[in-house]
Design a binder for this molecule. Sequence first.
Ligand SMILES: Cc1ncc(COP(=O)(O)O)c(C=O)c1O
Length: 381
Amino acid sequence: MININVRQDFPVLSKNIYLDSACMSLKPRQVISKINEYYNEYPACAGRSSHKLSNKVNEEIYKTREITAKFFNTKKENVVFTRNTTEGINIIANSFKGKKILITDKEHNSNLLPWQRKCSLKILNSNNDNTFNIEGLNSNIKDVDLVAVNHVSNLDGVINPIKEIIKIAHENNALVSIDAAQSAGHHEINFKKLDIDFLSCSGHKMLGPTGTGLLISNKLNEIEPLNIGGGTVIDSNYNDYRYEEIPLRFEAGLQDYAGIIGLGEAINYLKKIGFDKIEKNELELNNILTEELSNEVELIGPEDYNLRPSIFSFNIKEFSSHDVAQIISSSRNICIRSGAHCVHSWFNKHKLEGSARASLYLYNDKNDINTFIEEIKKLIK
Ligand SMILES: Cc1ncc(COP(=O)(O)O)c(C=O)c1O
């Protein structure tokens, strides 16, 4: 069994079993120190004043953009700091008004509503085992302007074949927007090699500060900022304005500098551990969960845990998902998510109230999983 040996960096784990990283990851003390460093040592604004403190913030933000660009293998001009995945997708959708968008039947509300409001939608049904329907994509791609799809589903953890999806979309002159909320920080994402057009993700799901996110695109010059104002223009008068260069024109108003700098530290932390170990840990733990529980619960998603390494989503007969979550929280301080996980559309289609969802990350270990299994088995009995 792999042991990443990082639990000492996450003090909350001494009293809790945290299996809700798909909602919000924990933050290591290194990230918290970096946030404090900003507030204690240079708590000023960036890109405006010329004093020493402000210059230091500029330098840190610049460094973070470089670290982030390298992490995703793209240019730093392609990296926009946002508040979360939702904001990134809203920025993109705003520029595709009236266009034909193809999404799957398993998208988070954040990758459904922004398109639903502005565009014409085509919904691609998943295969019966909840995996991505490549054949369906091939037969529905004609006339589509953009494919908006999650990389990893927050409903059941299924990894979508984005390389193949992007190839098919591009061969048919459609662009691709990847919702990487559940994959960034779990798997390597090579923006350039995958030939992604737009990617949105959340810092708070990849060890970063709450309320931080990224929009990455090599087409920022072709879309419109959603918010404009301070920091987004070079000049303005009463009739007109001239935009700043990309990516600055997308970052309106004063920013969460501590959060952005903290996100850079989270990326440094992830790089030190490496995706090999992160992926192996999730697979090993989900293997145990699946072996021990899949015959006893109603599993959501494919039986094969290799297809959904970070998530174990399930129901227990005669219990609501909220009851399951509350009972194991009270008995053993186990934190899981319950309900519809913001994928109401899929649960409504399947006439389900929701599911209980255990999600895994690099700080989880075998003890966490064994305690969780023990409690679920007790409930079933
Ligand atoms: C697949 C997916 N997309 C989008 C989001 C929205 O992320 P945020 O709330 O950080 O914007 C989530 C959050 O859980 C998610 O799991």
